[in-house]
Each structure stands twice: as C-alpha cells, then as structure tokens.
Design a protein around this ligand. Structure first.
Ligand SMILES: *Cc1c(COP(=O)(O)O)cnc(C)c1O
Length: 484
C-alpha cells in the first residue's frame, strides 16, 4: 500500500465558514480612520450581513482544501470513456481569458466585434477542414443540443421538399441522446442491431431503410469504440432512398484529420468542442456542440450566421430557410476561443493526437485483456470496453471495482455504459497520458482484480480512503447532504 498513488492521510474535515468564524477576526487591515466616526443608521443595516469573521489564512486554507477534494484531469488520469477527459493546455484558457474576448459583450455591433467574428468564421472553416464538411454553426451549447439542431435541419430539409418522413434508424451502438433528439423532432427511432463485430452490417440497414425513413443517426466511432467500417455503403443505401446521414461525431478525438466524413457519406455532423477541442466534458462550465453540414443543407443552419462583408465579418439573419435560433446570442464564445487556440497551436499535429489516442487505447486494451473480460477482442479506436465477467464468480461487480479504483487515486472509468454490453467498464485513456501513467493505471486494476479473488469484502465496501465512504447513490441524488 505504501507505493500507491492514492491520497490517504491528507483529508481535513472542513466545517462551514459560519461554523469556523470567531467574532472580531478579520482578513484585512484597514488604514486608521482620519475622520470622526459617524453613527450608522441601525434601521438600514440592522445587525449587518450574516458573514462570519475570519482571518486571511482561515479563508485561504478553507478554499484550498475544498479544491483538493475535487478530482480533475489536473490531478491524475481520468479514464472516463465517451468523455475524452484529456489534459487541456493552459495556454488555451489564457487566450479565452484575454480581456478583449472575455469582456466582449454579445450585443456589440459587428463593427466593434470584428475580431470575435473573425475567430468564429475561422473556427467554422477549421472544423469544416478537419471533418470534410462544408459549413458550420457554433451555436449549440452541447452535444445533445447539436443533435437536436441536426435533426431540426433534417426536418426542415424534408419539409422544404414537401417530403414527409416519420422514422429514423438509430443503431444500438448509438449514444443514448440520439433517439431522444430524434423523438423531440417527431421522428420514431427504429433500432438497428450491430453485428458480431460490434459494428453495423450493411444488410441490416438495407432491410430497414425505406422511403418513409428520414435517414440514420450513426455514432462514429460508435459507443463500443469501433469505427463503423461500413459507413460508406450504409450511406449509399440511405441516400438511394432519399434519406440523410447524421453522424454523431462527439468522439472526434479518434478521427481528427484522418477521416473525411463527407467522403464517407455524412450529410450532418455534430462535434463536442468540450471533449476533443480543449474544454473538459462535464467540467462544470459551458460546452459547445457545433453542427456541420454539406453545402445543400447550409441554408437551414441557425441564424445569426457570421458572413463576410467588405471589411471583415458581420452577423446576418438573412437566411429565410434557417431553422432559427438555438441558443442565446452566438453560443458559448469562451469555448470557441479555446478550441480556436487549440487548433491553431496544434496545426497538423491534430492528426498525431488522434493517432496517439487510438494507440493508447489499444495498448490499454491489450494490457488489460485477461485481467478483465474483453467482450469484443478486436482493434479499437479511442476507447475500449470490458466487463466484470471474470470477477462475478467472486461476487464482485463493475461498481465495486470502480469504487476501489478511487482508493488507488484514479477516477473510475465509465460504468454500465454502453448499454449493448452488460456490466460494462469503458475506458478512454486519451493521447495525453504517458505510457508510464497508463502502466500505473493497469497496475492498479491488476491489484483490484487480485483483491477481487483474495479479499472481495475489501472491494464490496470500497472506497476506504476517500472523503466519503460508499454512498447510497439513490439517496445521495435525491436527498443530497451538502454541508459536509
Ligand atoms: C458525449 C456524447 C454526446 C452528448 O454530448 P453532451 O455535450 O454531453 O450533450 C453525444 N454523443 C456521444 C457519442 C457522446 O460521446
């Protein structure tokens, strides 16, 4: 235990500031008053605001300790599959914090926000170049909202052509938000089962696709971490019936600069800037889920759009076929600045980042094979999926192993997702982990697997050295106790 990465021994119990304060303490020194004190109107201020009296070190330590309870990608590896929790270079945060960007008001007229508009226009072009598509909107605030935007565009396209379609094909390896987004646009999701290799078979789509079906929502790489190798043939079938191909590209971290999705037959695509492009997923802040389309669908993109004018760029609402607004103003601009800065600083190395992400995931998969059960034993993209089948004979579940990993200082992988794999543990190391760190993670999982055999009760009660013991997750979600 002495060599492990964990954090035991440094947890402080942290009372609320109100419980800690003591009357008369102060965190600052005011200069001596050089005027006579004047009486305060008691009716106006009463007893003053309910703020505890604390010294400066008390305040500094309080917040520093609270920050240490947090686990983030700056603390250690965060192999949460489907989320791309990679290290995000600090320079991109710095660019987003520049006063010209951070202080820009979204209602500034175009003449006074040319730089911000140029950044947005160029980011749209870069994303188009990275994916192979033609035009983009940066408005949606999340991946799921990007899907909704894409579905609205699809719906508007068919309406414009007086073509009413009621269904959409959604494979069992699609992200769970996909059928929900389709349903919000009135489409009925028709499930398509993936084949024995974990990818879609052309014949299945051939059977399901008809002239009543608007198209397909295909997650690529899919939620098993596999590239949909038949996407081109599938797109041809969908197009033959007049349908459109939507691609959920939230996991573009595997494909940057490598796959031309337009050439693969994709008509509409969303990306998650808050996964691939230098904002953490679920980082507590805003996100951005741009949508990219082929030329023929460009007129339907949300307004306002950034368009060129003689002197630079301006915003325009002059797109009569547009689906309208999806988000207040232009979307979450700070996330765009980080993505822009990331793309500019990486340049052609984006491709290498994707190659390394895929290499790291395959390395992890090969090293863990046998420690955990690997349901699909074949090359993966950016993530790999295991199950607890080898540990179940000892009464140990996916959840037990995830909780125990926290004792070893690692954020647990994604658990019980994707739904196509029972009791899944889904791991995404990303390109920013070194081989040493991946090896340490593997060693931690090897130790956990050994404990599953030798001392399963240790796992069933894990975590042991975290801030809290195992929570009743339902109770914690329904009746959270927020005061310590
Ligand atoms: C993360 C993810 C989404 C949803 O993105 P949010 O920003 O969380 O709404 C959709 N599809 C896939 C494949 C994802 O991995």
């Amino acid at each position: 235990m002495s060599e492990r990465v964990g954090t035991q021994g440094l947890f402080f119990n942290e009372p609320l500031l109100w419980e800690r304060g003591s009357r008369g303490r102060s965190g600052m020194s005011l200069p001596r008053a050089d005027v006579e004190p004047a009486p305060v109107d008691e009716d106006l201020v009463g007893n003053g605001p309910d703020i505890p009296d604390l010294s400066e070190p008390e305040v500094v330590r309080h917040y520093t300790r609270l920050s240490q309870w947090n686990f983030g990608i700056d603390s250690n590896m965060y192999p949460l599959g489907s989320c791309t929790m990679k290290y995000n270079p600090k320079t991109n945060e710095k660019q987003a914090a520049r006063p010209g960007f951070a202080g820009a008001h979204p209602l500034l007229p175009s003449e006074l926000s040319r730089g911000a508009l140029q950044l947005m226009a160029e980011l749209e072009q870069y994303l188009a170049e990275i994916t192979g598509l033609d035009a983009a909107t940066l408005q949606p605030a999340a991946g799921a909202q990007g899907e909704l935007t894409g579905m609205l565009i699809m719906h508007a396209w068919f309406k414009h052509h007086d073509d009413r379609r009621s269904k959409i094909i959604v494979p069992d390896t699609a992200h769970g938000t996909n059928p929900a987004s389709a349903a919000l646009c009135g489409y009925r999701a028709v499930p398509a089962a993936s084949g024995p290799d974990g990818i879609l078979e052309t014949a299945v789509i051939d059977r399901l696709m008809d002239d009543e079906t608007a198209g397909i929502m295909i997650t690529n790489p899919n939620t098993l971490g596999f590239f949909e190798e038949n996407i081109k043939a599938i797109a041809q079938i969908v197009h033959r019936h007049g349908g459109l191909v939507y691609c959920d590209g939230a996991n573009m971290n595997a494909l940057m600069g490598i796959v031309d999705l337009a050439a693969a037959g994709v008509d509409i695509l969303h990306l998650n800037l808050h996964k691939t492009f230098s904002t953490p997923h679920g980082g507590g802040g805003p996100g951005s889920g741009p949508v990219l389309v082929r030329k023929k669908l460009e007129p339907f993109l949300p307004v306002p759009r950034v368009v060129p004018d003689g002197k630079g760029w301006r915003l325009s609402d002059d797109f009569p076929l547009s689906i309208g607004k999806i988000h207040a103003f232009q979307g979450n601009f700070g996330v765009m600045v980080k993505a822009y800065s990331y793309i500019r600083s990486m340049g052609a190395d984006l491709k290498r980042a994707s190659q390394l992400a895929v290499l790291n995931a395959n390395y992890l998969k090969e090293r863990l094979k046998g420690v955990l059960h690997l349901p699909y034993d074949r090359p993966c993209m950016h993530e790999c999926v295991f199950t607890d089948a080898l540990q179940q004979p000892y009464g140990i579940t996916t959840l037990d192993m995830a909780k125990r990993l926290m004792d070893y200082g690692f954020h647990p992988p994604t658990v019980y997702f994707p739904l196509v794999v029972k009791d899944a543990l889904m791991m995404e190391p990303t390109e920013t982990e070194s081989r040493d760190d991946i090896d340490r993670f593997v060693e931690a999982l090897e130790a956990v697997a050994k404990e599953a055999v030798e001392s399963p009760e240790l796992l069933r009660e894990a975590p042991h050295v975290c801030k809290t013991e195992r929570l009743d997750e339902t109770e914690a979600a329904r009746n959270p106790r927020l005061t310590g």
